[in-house]
Design a protein around this ligand. Structure first.
Ligand code: PRP
Ligand code: ZN
Length: 297
């Protein structure tokens, strides 16, 4: 049974590939924390929301048992544990977060005879993701042995414990360092925001909704820039054609300068130096590009 609390808890990875970006996102959503002595708990000072710093593999379980209402975890961990669970009360994916990109991939030793996934038939595959690996093999009608290892999967082939591995790949450095290369991708993963499936008291639910909405707003600003400039009114049509704008620009008149306008436009991440140089050639002046921190529609 979970105790009754009047504060929301969000579980995030304590150290590892998602740890820093997870906390940075919560800060962008307006959370201000005070650290506990043991550094396992961050007390939320700006909202009644606290952060629990844990091992990523523990995050789905903490939501199932009711110790936390929210979590930030890799889809790889979430999908693996969902496949092993009864599905009852399993956390729900609220949204992908756009960081912590990696993939679960089948990989084999360099210079060997294994060239295609079908070549894995009858062989041993070492992994920390037995459910996802077995599911992929089933879906591709390949019968192979899945060997569960909880760490150092990449050295299993050299130790003779397996013929291939199924492991997370991000930069690919670990595979390269172990003379392995990818055969195929089993799952594309990134950090996701998860919510506990159970229902909560109204006050808790409204804090959960609030944080989710703030995270949505913080992410809506990702890569979006505000372009501001002044230009001759005569150049306006050409300028608007050039802009990689997400919606029509706002055009304002300037006091005492009837031939000039000020323009503001929300642009995507594709707004680059070349755009700015061409805008200048068209007569734009005082160009400014500001990163958009958050957006509420
Ligand atoms: C994964 C994986 C590799 C490494 C790959 O472990 O097991 O060791 O990352 O990354 P690279 O392609 O950039 O070299 P991770 O650090 O995620 O630890 P965990 O799975 O034990 O949480
Ligand atoms: Zn882990």
């Amino acid at each position: 049974m979970s105790e009754t609390r009047d504060r929301v808890r969000i579980a995030v990875q304590k150290s590892g590939r998602l740890a820093q970006d997870s906390l940075a996102l919560l800060r962008r959503a307006g959370l201000v924390f005070r650290e506990s002595r043991d550094k396992l708990f961050l007390y939320g000072e700006s909202l009644p929301i606290d952060v629990l710093l844990v091992r990523d593999d523990d995050i789905p379980g903490l939501l199932v048992e009711g110790s936390c209402e929210l979590g930030i975890v890799g889809r790889n961990v979430l999908d693996e544990q969902r496949a092993a669970s009864t599905g009852i009360d399993f956390p729900l994916e609220h949204r992908a977060l756009g960081f912590g990109h990696c993939r679960l991939a089948l990989a084999v030793p360099d210079g060997g005879a294994l060239a295609r996934p079908a070549d894995l038939a009858g062989l041993r595959i070492a992994t920390s993701y037995p459910q996802l690996t077995a599911g992929w093999l089933r879906a591709h009608d390949i019968v192979a042995e899945v060997v569960l290892l909880n760490g150092s999967v990449e050295i299993a082939p050299r130790l003779g414990k397996a013929d291939a591995i199924c492991d997370l790949v991000s930069s690919g450095a670990t595979l390269a360092a172990n003379q392995l290369h990818e055969l195929t991708t089993v799952l594309r993963s990134e950090a996701v925001l998860v919510r506990a499936a159970r229902t909560h008291a109204a006050a808790i639910t409204s804090q959960i909704e609030r944080l989710c909405a703030r995270i949505d707003a913080a992410l809506a600003g990702n890569g979006v820039r505000l372009l501001m400039l002044q230009a001759p009114r005569s150049a306006l049509a050409a300028i608007e054609r050039l802009l990689p704008a997400r919606e029509p620009a706002s055009v304002l008149g300037l006091d005492g300068r009837p031939d000039d306008v000020a323009l503001q436009a929300l642009c995507g991440a594709d707004l680059d130096w070349q755009h700015l140089e061409e805008l200048k050639r068209l007569g734009a002046r005082g160009l400014m590009v500001l990163n958009v921190e958050r957006m509420l529609a």
